[in-house]
Ligand binder design. Structure first.
Ligand SMILES: *Cc1c(COP(=O)(O)O)cnc(C)c1O
Length: 417
């Protein structure tokens, strides 16, 4: 694919109009929307209105008049169709880590102490495994981590309480078969908990169709809700009303404004709310979800997925053709790949410095240390163009062939990499 081919594909792209909904700096190829989604153009104005009118002028009345109190459910209802859930089943609250803590405790309680082993992957995003470690400590259980997904079935035995997986791996972009793994877990008597941090808004997810047990996910990645945007949580309706999630705050109470001394859980997903929602952050997420309404009109998840596959396939093909020595570390089969592609460079090349040199050229990806160290490139279908793919590969070729990455400034690491 040369640049003209890419321009032609962009001209035919049904989702192309969505790029204009984002505020992206001129001359930047942004391939890090899997870590922090871009800013929707409508967000600053929506935040301004929330702050100046609703907070500044209407003050406390806005809890009712502006619907602040319902924001966690209202936004949850708008995320629901993108993850295969129904209206009323999803709540926007807290962070992914906190929501995972809630659902993992709930899942272990549902096993009533009969089963205490949690199975996950060593390559899972660290916060997920850290949270699981605390949960199994509290329940006197054990966290067992596999090195490859092929080792999962053997661990699904009568001791396994929960199979906890991230649908799309943050390092490699490898995507699990949610329906299949959920079925295997449940056939063994375990529950399946899914983290959709790298899935929501980027790949098809069917929680109800997969009969999953619990799910959590992030809204500042492909959903573009803004840095630290509140996360979401879902529990299958069959589990509602059975157990208490552990963070029994007042807004998860059946009647918070009755101010009774004793806790009584709200029915349904509302129980998973703990305290007061962050309304300004919710406003940012709300305008990001407006863009998804337009995406729905332009072809919805089928169009998003088709474009994501086209972009990642084109990137992989160009890397293979033009960058000898660079290895693709993501699955080559698109059915097993999310919306990102990770690369590795020969061991005498500093992957971190290569990413920095790329950023200096206006191509923003990121670096994840490990074995091997990875260069990650996220392809958010809402605003990434085919020309971005061509330009990114040509910049990477230039960085590697010129040896520019050796400049001392590119080795310096910030607190966040
Ligand atoms: C990004 C990500 C998180 C982030 O968790 P926070 O609580 O928002 O910091 C958690 N899990 C996975 C798998 C992620 O990719």
């Amino acid at each position: 694919m040369n640049r003209q081919d890419a321009e032609l594909l962009d001209a035919q792209d049904p989702l192309a109009p969505l790029r204009a909904f984002f505020s992206l700096p001129e001359g930047v190829v942004y391939l890090d929307g899997n870590s922090l989604g871009a800013l929707p153009k409508a967000t600053p104005e929506h935040i301004r209105r929330t702050v100046e009118q609703e907070w500044g002028h209407d003050l406390i009345a806005s809890w009712n008049t502006a619907g602040w109190i319902d924001a966690p459910r209202r936004l949850g209802d708008r995320i629901a169709p993108w993850i295969g859930a129904r209206s009323g089943e999803v709540l926007v609250a807290d962070s992914t880590s906190v929501n995972l803590y809630k659902v993992m405790h709930a899942a272990l309680q549902l096993q009533q102490g009969q089963r205490k082993v949690v199975v996950s992957e060593r390559s899972n995003f660290p916060t997920d495994n850290y949270i699981a470690q605390s949960v199994v400590r509290a329940h006197g259980g054990e966290l067992v981590l596999v090195d490859t997904p092929e080792d999962i079935p053997a661990l699904l035995d009568d001791r396994c309480a929960v199979l906890m997986l991230t649908h799309v791996n943050y390092r490699t972009g490898r995507m699990h078969d949610m329906a299949l793994l959920t079925r295997w877990a449940q056939q063994a008597g375990a529950l399946a908990v899914w983290d959709l941090a790298h899935s929501a808004g980027a790949v098809p997810v069917d929680l109800l169709g997969s009969a999953a047990d619990f799910a959590v996910g992030c809204s500042y990645k492909y959903l573009n809700g803004g840095p630290g945007a509140p996360a979401f949580v879902w529990a299958h309706p069959r589990h509602q009303g059975q157990v208490w999630q552990p963070l029994t705050g007042w807004l998860g109470h059946a009647a918070p404004f009755a101010f009774t001394p004793d806790y009584r859980p709200a029915p349904g997903i509302q129980q998973y709310q703990c305290g007061t929602p962050p309304i300004v952050a919710m406003a940012a997420l709300e305008s990001a979800l407006d863009v998804f309404d337009t995406a729905q009109q332009l072809g919805g998840m089928a169009a998003i997925r088709a474009k994501s596959v086209a972009l990642t396939e084109a990137f992989i093909a160009a890397v293979d053709a033009e960058l000898p020595g660079v290895q693709v570390q993501s699955p080559r089969a698109s059915a097993q790949r999310g919306s990102q592609v990770s690369l590795s460079v020969p061991s005498d090349v500093d992957a971190y410095a290569v990413v920095q040199a790329l950023i200096a050229r206006g191509v923003v990806g990121d670096f994840r240390d490990g074995d091997p160290p990875l260069l990650r490139f996220g392809f958010t279908p809402l605003y990434t163009r085919h020309t971005d793919v061509v330009d990114a590969v040509s910049a990477l070729k230039d960085v590697l062939s010129s040896g520019d990455w050796r400049a001392p400034g590119f080795q310096r690491k910030g607190k966040v990499t």
